[in-house]
Design a protein. Sequence first.
Length: 195
Amino acid sequence: MPRTGLSPEAVRRRAVAIAAERIRTHGFAKLRLAEVARDMGVSHAALYAHFRDKAALLDGVTGSWLEEARAETAAICSRPGPATDRIETWFLARYRLKSARARSDPEVFFGFNAATSEDRPVIRAHLEAMTGELAGLLAEAGLGGLPEAQMLEEAMACFLHPALITCGPHPGREAALCRLLRIVLAGLAAQGRGA
């Protein structure tokens, strides 16, 4: 155990929390592993045992926020009710979570956007989890599975990609998301009926 007396997982959580706060205070670009280690009261070498570099620490910050988002989307998936209604609620929740984070925590969201642009492993894992949740909802609705989920994720990227969300609030964006989603779901339903 490090000198902190914390478990490795607790050290990681604390480092991520300190890093997120430093990002908020000083900006994404100015985050330094050595400064996070100093704030924790450990050497930067001790912190390297948990994060091999700045990118890994930034992945930790991004991953922490994405875990919170996944908890919300997973709860939507497990609710009772028609799967098509939950699909819409699921997409709206993702849009709202990202929009709210872009407004309330812009520097951390900037890091999320950078991680997305760099196709970081934390982003790939998150997108894989989201596609899996969506595939389950589509299967429950009788509208397909993984291929349809991948297609739908691609179709909805104009509402969910962080680079497009950071452009600022757009009145009517949620209504447009719902319209496009309903059109695509209707197409999947018609395809399933052989139309």
